[in-house]
Design a binder for this molecule. Structure first.
Ligand code: IPD
Ligand code: CA
Ligand code: CA
Length: 260
């Protein structure tokens, strides 16, 4: 049986190490930029270097675990633990010199994420959670917002790199804007989820995420008391994610269901 605290300590150490490396790399100005799925979906040499650092260390420390990394790493495991690695979440921010990027690492078993760490180099904030043990910013326990009214809620969201998806996402956000306090699009799903966890926003929703965007931040937010689901109220999934203060969950779902 793996101790969740061992897993979270490993995730936290590697997220910090990789985060420090990419922040230093950014300062060199040598970004090694390429495109991926679309002309606006970018990857830098630091995304690849971060993933290599994390994957090499995970393979050395836990040779029986599986690994899925955004930049192509796939390791089949036999232990029942799989790691989900987003080596830089918020690559567009990283590319432009904006601080809203993070390294996100989660360990999951057959029932979902069991340990997660999100490190934000620009603020040096480390968010962590282990299943059943609460969520932390550094060593301080965090809890989500106690908001109960959607019309005063600050709602974060994000957009896919696919322009057809963006048309739908744009109309959803347009329909929501008159009914909430305001919308935030920071540019890193893992940080959005951590912001729900510590009450910096009241809610977050997005479609068409991948497992590595969601796994760590989801655990951190739910361990901080947030409620998570898909848009219909079923199990949360990367393709349809709602994570918010429990007091606005029903109202937010009603709204999302009206704006398909
Ligand atoms: C993206 C960011 C963004 C979200 C996109 C993700 P990347 O991840 O998390 O906020 O809206 O859906 O793909 O490409 O920067 O790792
Ligand atoms: Ca991502
Ligand atoms: Ca990424």
């Amino acid at each position: 049986m793996d101790a969740p605290t061992d897993l979270v300590n490993l995730a936290a150490r590697l997220a910090r190490e990789a985060g420090d490396m990419v922040a230093n790399g950014r300062r060199t100005g040598d970004l090694g930029v390429r495109t991926k799925s679309t002309a606006t979906d970018m990857v830098t040499r630091w995304d690849s270097a971060s993933e290599s650092l994390i994957v090499d260390a995970l393979r050395a420390a836990r040779p029986r675990d599986g690994i899925v990394g955004e930049e192509g790493s796939r390791v089949d495991g036999t232990s029942g633990i799989d790691w989900y690695v987003d080596p830089i979440d918020g690559t567009t921010n990283f590319l432009y010199g904006l601080g809203g990027y993070a390294v996100s690492i989660a360990a999951a078993d057959s029932t979902g994420p069991v340990a997660g760490a999100v490190f934000v180099p620009a603020s040096r904030e480390l968010f962590t959670a282990a299943r059943g043990r609460g969520a932390f910013l550094g060593s301080t326990p965090i809890t989500c917002s106690t908001s109960t009214t959607l019309d005063t809620a600050l709602v974060a969201t994000g957009f896919s790199y696919d322009s057809d998806h963006r048309r739908v996402q744009g109309s959803r956000v347009g329909a929501m804007l008159p009914h909430v306090r305001d919308i935030r699009r920071l540019g890193a799903a893992a940080i959005d989820l951590c912001h729900v966890a510590c009450g910096r926003v009241d809610a977050y929703f997005e479609e068409h995420l991948q497992a590595w965007d969601l796994a760590a931040g989801l655990l951190i937010a739910t361990e901080a008391g947030a409620r998570a689901s898909d848009f219909a109220g079923g199990a949360v999934k990367p393709s349809e994610t709602v994570v918010c203060a429990p007091g606005i969950h029903t109202a937010l779902l009603e709204h999302l269901q009206r704006t398909a």
